[in-house]
Design a protein. Structure first.
Lengths: 647, 200
């Protein structure tokens, strides 16, 4: 099972010591800001995204308290607007997408057998930009300048005429922060998957989670620029009086909706597809068989990635679009159920034909099935224009997308936490506490959100801060609020168990679940160089399939940060490259960029002036340091440089 | 250590050009991101055109003179770029230096001409949505001209002062690759802003 036996133990030991010295992450306070290994950055990313999950959860609790009974005075209308906007923006932009990308940052390089992620400094930069964006949003909120137009910030409400002050600008600039972060991480992930796979990991041996992250990274690349552009135009309208969204001067408010949902719908799949990757990782490990229908699953992911861009108008059925357009988008919305259905059938087949071991991660996957299928069914209902117009902007829609997002992403994510926690920390979470977390979440979640379907059908609009007792909505709302308390209990049990397990959890070992992918072939938590010897890959679940003594890669310098670059399709070794050393410049660049972003919502001159420190920081980042130069020469010394044509 | 149990890669080169290298893929990623933004902006331009009867509304289209001049200069700049790109792939430092300097002169030239282009657009960004989208498109492309000018300048200085490694030639090659993008993406923008109001 392990890679060590084929190598003389003394050699392996010497190699390990040298790698430890070469790849060690810097210590100390300043060193903390110089870290570049994907496990260090990935861990911070995951923890930060989880903190925002908790903050978004607290906001949800405030909303549920306010709505628990009619004519409640707990939150006023103005604060309520800010809180529901903060809740949606936090959950979408600061929790869901970053959390999924963070898992990719941590796991993808391990799963493909790489020493580090491609462009690790860029990933560090992306993390700091994300962190500063989140801090910026919450600082503005505490200054009573939190956004209050909903997470999609529709104009004209968010435009200069109806949205005075800086609240809408806060939202728009949060978008810029989070999109820049997601985009740079996406580029790093694509490059990692294409160029840093271990020898032998041909396209049809790439683990499902890695496929999922690859598809998501491409979706990010094509979806996020649109919303970044839209939010920039919004700021321009508000700051220097452009007229993109001003009908009086030839602008158009629906343009905002088109731009937003061209991003916003793929966004749902950007959150959901990594969750499918998590499910496809957990199922083989706990069904003790390879995933059923690998090619069908991969093709489903890719086609979901494409069709996901053809649905955006179904968020705009109530805007009176031409009939033909509506029919097209109804058809596309129904069509996307096909690849999703194929995936679900493949998973059921895996469960059916395997020997399921009902540990906590698998329980969350089963919970996913139940909840996500309900969300998918209401999604099909909403794809019909007539029904959509009936329940548009009611709690029916709120119920639908929480089933999709919590059922489709949060349940698999918690399954993933339980599954990979031993890899992240070296210790297991408690199985007993895990069952409680699962049961409480399942009950609390359904108690909270199922009644909302009914509330929506009874006509309760979303985003109202209160309602009259005569409406008859009080009972179901109280039920939903009680469900919220149960969800909070579940998350508290999880947090307590995490803290307990970090100190006293059962030691996990390298591969506690006897899973088959490469992240389990190294110690838990992984060292800063990931693998003593870069593995070669024999199959999809490579640890199950490889021969007794699977060959390992040798000939990479362990006294330099050398990594192996392979070819895109068949992962045959191509050349060696030096991975970047730790550096403070990504952090400094992120600070400079933050100055530009924050300044630019107050004064247009902040852009040209703020660009100066950004430029300086980026040049400092690029300029080769003496030590890097020597390492590079050392690495290049042994071989002739290869010219074009010689290769 | 037995031969049949290991997979020796020590003979492999330490740098590579084009799609073989990591940096090329990073550059491609940035190109895809920014290409999407340009595509969306051009889409916005025509979307907004569909909302008003006259286009451009109450104004003459941008004057052709400087637009055409800049298009010619931009297309011509492909020559020195492809010249130093080929030189870089042969590790020919002298030609790389000469080619980079010539490219910089081109880059400076079209930033200067761009200034005149802005003064003959015949619209302001705050008059109407037409002006807003024209200025945003032009501004976004100009940002690319300026950032690529700075990129190339820094790289040029580095190629003169050192330190230089084999990998640096791969950077030079990718710099030209990115420059091609900045040139190619200008063509649909030029067609949208300068030609479409006159022809369709």
């Amino acid at each position: 099972m392990t890679h060590e036996p084929s190598i003389n133990p003394a050699d392996a030991d010497r190699e390990r010591r040298r790698l430890e010295e070469t790849w060690q992450e810097p210590g100390g306070l300043i060193g903390w800001f110089r870290c570049v290994h994907h496990t260090s950055i990935g861990r911070r990313f995951i923890i930060t995204a989880f903190v925002f999950f908790l903050l978004g959860g607290i906001e949800a609790v405030l909303l549920r308290i306010q709505l628990a009974r009619p004519e409640n005075k707990f939150l006023g209308p103005d604060l309520y607007n800010q809180v529901f906007t903060m809740h949606g923006s936090t959950m979408m932009f600061l929790f869901a997408v970053p959390m999924m990308l963070a898992l990719g940052v941590y796991l993808v390089p391990l799963m493909v057998g790489a020493r580090n992620i491609a462009f690790p400094r860029l990933v560090a930069f992306g993390y700091y930009i994300y962190l500063f964006g989140g801090i910026f949003l919450y600082t503005m909120f505490l200054l009573n300048t939190g956004p209050d137009n909903g997470w999609f910030s529709y104009v004209p409400l968010a435009g200069p005429e109806y949205g005075p002050g800086k609240r809408a600008d806060t939202w728009a600039q949060l978008i810029t922060f989070t999109e820049v972060s997601a985009l740079v991480v996406a580029v790093s992930l694509i490059t990692t998957v294409f160029k840093l796979r271990a020898p032998g990991m041909t396209l049809n041996r790439i683990p499902m989670f890695v496929w999922a992250m690859l598809v998501v990274a491409f979706m990010v690349v094509f979806a996020m620029p649109t919303v970044a552009l839209a939010s920039t135009c919004l700021i321009l309208d508000r700051l220097i009086s452009t007229h993109f969204f001003n009908p009086a001067e030839g602008g158009d408010v629906l343009l905002w909706q088109h731009l937003f949902w061209f991003f916003g719908h793929p966004e749902v799949y950007i959150i959901f597809i990594p969750a499918t990757g998590i499910i496809s990782s957990i199922l083989p490990a706990f069904c003790r068989r390879k995933i059923f229908g690998y090619p069908a699953l991969v093709l489903s992911l890719v086609s979901t990635g494409f069709i996901g861009f053809g649905l955006w108008v179904h968020h705009m059925f109530a805007t009176g679009l031409p009939k033909l357009g509506q029919s097209f988008f109804t058809a596309a919305s129904m069509m996307i159920a096909i690849p999703t259905g194929i995936q679900i059938f493949c998973w059921i087949a895996t469960l059916w034909s395997g020997r399921p071991v009902f540990k906590t991660p698998l329980l969350f996957v089963l919970g996913f099935f139940v909840n996500f299928i309900i969300g998918g069914m209401t999604g099909l209902m909403l794809a019909s224009v007539s029904l959509d117009q009936q329940v548009h902007d009611t709690f029916f829609v709120v119920a639908h997308f929480h089933y999709v997002l919590i059922g489709g992403a949060v349940f698999p994510l918690f399954g993933g936490f339980y599954y990979w926690f031993p890899k992240f920390t070296g210790r297991r979470l408690s199985e007993r506490a895990g069952r409680w977390v699962f049961a409480l979440l399942l009950i609390g979640f359904n108690l909270t959100f199922f009644p909302m379907h009914q509330l929506g059908l009874k006509g309760m609009p979303r985003r109202v801060y209160t309602y009259l007792p005569e409406m008859g909505w009080g009972g179901l709302n109280l039920l939903a609020s009680i469900g919220g308390v149960i969800i909070v209990t579940s998350v508290l049990v999880f947090l307590i168990d995490v803290v307990r397990s970090l100190r006293a959890g059962e030691v996990a070992g390298d591969n506690p679940w006897q899973a088959g992918t490469l992240e389990w072939a190294t110690s838990s938590p992984p060292p800063d160089y990931n693998f003593v010897f870069i593995p070669t890959v024999a199959g999809r679940e490579t640890l199950w399939e490889q021969r007794e003594q699977q060959r390992v890669v040798t000939g990479l310098r362990s006294d330099l940060r050398e990594a192996l670059v392979t070819q895109v399709l068949d992962a045959a070794p191509d050349h060696k490259t030096l991975m970047p050393d730790p550096s403070i410049w990504p952090f400094l660049s992120a600070i400079a960029t933050t100055g530009l972003f924050v300044g630019s919502i107050f004064n247009a001159w902040a852009v040209p002036i703020g660009a100066v420190p950004v430029t300086v920081a980026l040049i400092g980042w690029f300029w080769p340091k003496q030590q890097e130069h020597e390492e590079e020469l050392e690495s290049e010394r042994d071989q002739q440089p290869v010219m074009e044509g010689q290769a | 250590m037995r031969e049949d149990q290991t997979f020796d890669v020590s003979h492999l080169p330490a740098s590579a050009f084009g799609p073989r290298s990591l940096m090329w893929w990073g550059t491609l990623g940035i190109i895809l991101i920014e290409g999407t933004m340009f595509a969306m902006l051009i889409g916005m331009y025509f979307y907004l055109r569909g909302r008003v009867p006259d286009w451009p509304p109450n104004a003459a289209p941008p004057a052709l003179r400087f637009g055409i001049a800049n298009t010619i200069v931009l297309i011509a700049s492909v020559l020195p770029n492809s010249w130093y790109k080929r030189a870089a792939e042969k590790h020919d430092l002298t030609k790389v230096r000469i080619g980079l300097v010539i490219s910089l002169i081109f880059a400076a030239a079209f930033i200067v001409i761009r200034f005149y282009e802005f003064s003959t657009l015949n619209c302001r960004w705050d008059t109407n949505a037409y002006g807003s989208v024209v200025w945003t498109l032009m501004g976004f492309h100009t940002t690319h001209l300026i950032t690529d000018f700075i990129d190339t300048a820094v790289l040029t200085v580095l190629m003169f002062t050192g330190p230089i490694e084999g990998k640096r030639f791969s950077d030079v090659s990718d710099n030209a690759f990115y420059w091609y993008f900045v040139v190619i993406v200008w063509l649909p923008i030029f067609a949208a802003i300068y030609l479409a109001p006159r022809l369709i």
